[in-house]
Ligand binder design. Sequence first.
Ligand code: ADP
Ligand code: MG
Length: 696
Amino acid sequence: MNSLRHKEIQYVKGIGPKRAELLTKQLEIRTAYDLLHHFPTSYVDRTTIYRIRDIASEEAAIQLYGKFVGFSIAGEGAKTRLVGVFTDGTGSIEVVWFNAIKHIRQTIHEGEEYIIFGKPSLYGSRWSMSHPEIDTAQKAFEDQGMRGVYPLTETLRNRYITSRNIHEWVCTLLDSQQFFKETLPPMVMERYKLMPLDTAIREVHRPTSQASLQLARERLKFEELFMIQVDMLMRSRRRKGESQGFRFTRVGNFFNRFYNECLPFPLTDAQKRVVKEIRADVNTGHQMNRLVQGDVGSGKTLVALMALLLAIDNGYQTCLMAPTEILATQHFETISQMVAPIGINVKLLTGSTRAKARKEIHEQLADGSLHILIGTHAVLEDPVKFANLGLAVIDEQHRFGVAQRARLWAKNTTPPHVLVMTATPIPRTLAMTVYGDLDVSVIDQLPPGRKPVTTLLRYDEQRQQVLHGIGQQLREGRQAYIVYPLIDENDKLELRSLTEGYEDICETFRSYRVAFVHGRQKPAEKDHQMQLFASGQAQILVATTVIEVGVNVPNATTMVIENAERFGLSQLHQLRGRVGRGADRSFCILMSKRKLAKETRERLELMTQTTDGFVIAEADMKMRGPGDIEGTMQSGIPFELHIANLASDGPIIQIARTAAEELLNLDPLLCRPENMAFASALRQSIKRSADWSKIS
Ligand code: ADP
Ligand code: MG
């Protein structure tokens, strides 16, 4: 299989240089290896032909056998489409093409028999199918059994490259290759009874039965996930084995005095446990790389602060980074206030820090008198030189890339300990993959006395009632958020509806002050507006999702989310986390239009039923695939997945993790002869991601 990584696809029969270029551009298929790993997303079952009369659902793609009895052009300009009427004697459906019309008119003829394959959809009371795959009946009957349907892009379709073409090229490759040598270690193959690579790669493209297709897919998924796990484990073992880390051996004055004199409330058991885990981890002589996961409001800041104090007690400097200026400022205020009694020197460094203050920070960093530097990405800038950085905390990790983490490591000759904090609850198996090289601590408990936020779903026509409710809260001295979905900060229309919303609110609540925050404002203006709200001078904050992470205003008890149907579950959860931070009862009102797609309604209803971040994260992944999570997290794994799915393949991830541990316990460096093929495949797969290799 490895040799196929060097065989360019242009030399595969039927492809040639032009199509090869297109395939590379559109699907990143460069080599024969890539083509064989471009897996079908569904299958045509040549043995089953549907009758039009029996079509009952839009769910699955189906195959019909019949003829076209007429074509017509409908629409104009960009909306021009070709409509064919297809009948099989039991009924008729419309077949629609939006492009490649000329090509279809030339190649598809009335009265001839065809097999068409596609997803039926219902318009009014009539079934239709757009851009089906079409074969002459003759050709279709020559094929037996199931055949893969391959993902394509619009551009490829317009250039007349079909799923069927891809299938043929794959078959050419399969037929020209006698045997695909096994890559997985024999020990793993045996223990987990996996289908051999040769069988699996043939079955996945040309299944002989549903059962063997299933086994083939499982094996190929396993292989991808197993590679990731082995890579992650090797990397973290190497780091633990090789990299020196500072030893924080003692708990000193700062930590103890803070704990005994300054703690505003007792730590929760979960916070205590995590602090303990961190303490153990910074005393091993190796660098700590730990992720602290905790739902919004679980009190991560305090845990981070305790870790910072531990480092300072041992003679080191520390830093805390946040993704936005607002958050950094907020951390700075909370922390400097909390540690004021014990004489800790804390400074804030952001993009808007003045030159003079900046100079002072640089000096104090250099002479060692600055204990804690809090800031944004500015902290990563080169002129920032610590005398002795011992611990770096990164808040809200998902906005910090892996590469940035690496820059941190370079801030001292011995890499500082790194603590990453995230409020994005992700399912355990996903964490295992994405953060597989980090050790994970979980704060799985909220501080006592929190009342769960009451979440209500309201429709646009109930707005008056909602406004009335807000008014009531305001009269009781509480504050309220009103959030608008501004997905694209550059979209004029969306910006207008936001501004109108703001003006409406000002009008409705004339006796109150309304702050206004969105992503297009200058940082100073944004800060000013936020500050108005945080200090209580403004009672209402109209905002976009810029407030999503971290903002802490315990007196705010109501949040209205406009067009809630446009947000994803995890995002709604993050937003909702801004209320319910004090001891008072809080409300989150999801405003939406009444007519909703089934899935959207389910999403919103789930929000009204639970406040558990993990339940929501699981549901989010199930409902729309890992989506956002995967988007940002894909950057956390060493290569792109072709067949495995981080959201739905949890059980396989679990097995892959165990198998990876077993393998590395026996052959930690993968140098036994029987594991060479695997080691080589692993190296080749990972080589593709250049960014990543710099870090390991
Ligand atoms: P997050 O985990 O979302 O970053 P924060 O650290 O901002 O949460 O904490 C949320 C709120 O809970 C803050 O107001 C903080 O002071 C408070 N808090 C943290 N720990 C405790 C505790 N053990 N008991 C009571 N309140 C706490
Ligand atoms: Mg936080």
